[in-house]
Design a protein around this ligand. Structure first.
Ligand code: NAD
Length: 327
């Protein structure tokens, strides 16, 4: 086997676990655009094959769980990097079925780490998706990576366990690992058509259909919304430069927006008022979340975030194009 490029700006074979999902399918497009060879491992549990229709002939696809060791070994053969996004996302889903969340998110990450360890000296660079939900009940703002993590949901606990394993494997087996704590990511390909939909697609979908939007709580809860292209820019840069770090890194740029402001921005974009229906706050949700972005900016000085308005406009455009599955 030819030696793999380990650094610099060379084109490499990149495995994207969860590549049929929202962030994964956006990342696959970017990596292909940058000339990389892309391999997707996805069991289609929450992702959609249709997300990859546009790139079907340009990728190697393994319809398999990351818990399937032979399938994972086949996918990782010759890979210079793995971006591990496969997970059972969502706080409410984890509250409904915590064991399934643990299997996908913790056992699944361990399986990816083991596959990398089996590769020995040829181990790929690993970029692992964690979540801002790990900060949970810690009220400090902004969220700095050195804060004590206090998960409030099985999902958050699973992400904390996964990132702990990833960093422990990096130390124990000299693997190049980067753990990124994603905040609220939004953009094209994010589904609105299920009970666990994230807030931005749920709002956009309802508003475009002329339905009232459901706001859990009073809507003053704040989030660090990150447009998906910003996330994929960081991931692609991490892969290209083989960025690793012994500590977790927030992936958000420190912008704090409450849900009512998101609705106002959407009203401005759509040109009509949006009716709100307020319900009880959701179990496991945190009231406020904003990232300390200093570690991210130091590691990725060339990545400029897409601002909220531009990201929302592109998201609305995508929903209007009819590409989203009808809710
Ligand atoms: P998604 O559900 O669209 O993508 C997850 C993908 O993983 C899906 O395609 C799913 O089919 C696949 N998958 C699940 N279990 C698998 C398994 N055992 N084997 C193989 N594939 C499996 O979700 P997303 O929003 O794109 O999230 C991607 C990653 O980012 C996840 O790790 C998630 O926890 C993390 N994250 C996302 C956000 C966000 O705002 N979207 C925030 C924080 C963290």
């Amino acid at each position: 086997m030819a030696p793999r490029p380990r650094c610099g700006t060379g084109v490499v074979r990149v495995v994207v676990t969860g590549g049929a999902g929202f962030i994964g399918a956006n990342l696959v497009r970017r990596l292909l655009d940058e000339g990389h060879e892309v391999v997707v491992v996805d069991d289609l549990s929450t992702g959609r094959l249709a997300n990859l229709d546009a790139v079907a002939g340009r990728i190697e696809r393994h319809e398999a769980s990351v818990l399937d060791a032979p399938a994972l070994d086949a996918a990782l053969a010759g890979a210079a990097a793995v971006v591990h996004l496969a997970a059972r996302p969502s706080v409410p889903r984890s509250i409904d079925d915590p064991v399934a969340t643990h299997r996908a998110n913790v056992d699944g990450t361990l399986a990816v780490l083991e596959a990398a360890r089996r590769a020995g000296p040829d181990a790929p660079h690993l970029v692992v998706a964690s979540s801002s939900s790990v900060y949970g009940a810690n009220p400090a703002l902004p969220k700095h990576e050195d804060l004590v993590a206090r998960p409030l949901s099985p999902y958050a606990a699973s992400k904390l366990a996964a990132e702990a394993y990833a960093l422990a494997y990096a130390h124990s087996y000299a693997l190049d690992v980067l753990v990124l704590r994603f905040f609220n990511v939004f953009g094209p390909l994010q589904p609105a058509d299920h009970a666990y939909a994230a807030v931005v697609p749920a709002f956009v979908d309802a508003a475009l259909a002329g339905r009232p939007v459901t706001v859990h709580g009073d809507g003053t809860q704040t989030r660090d919304f990150t447009y998906v292209d910003t996330v994929t820019a960081v991931l692609a840069d991490a892969v290209t430069r083989r960025v690793a770090d012994p500590a977790p890194v927030n992936l958000a740029f420190g912008t704090r927006t409450d849900l009512l402001t998101v609705l106002e921005r959407l009203e401005a974009l759509l040109g009509h008022p949006i009716v709100r229906e307020h319900t009880a706050p959701r179990a496991g949700d945190v009231p406020h979340s904003v990232a300390d972005a200093s570690r991210l900016r130091a590691l990725f000085p060339d990545v400029e975030p897409v601002d909220l308005e531009a990201g929302l406009a592109a998201t609305v455009e995508w929903f209007r194009s009819g590409a989203a599955a009808p809710s």
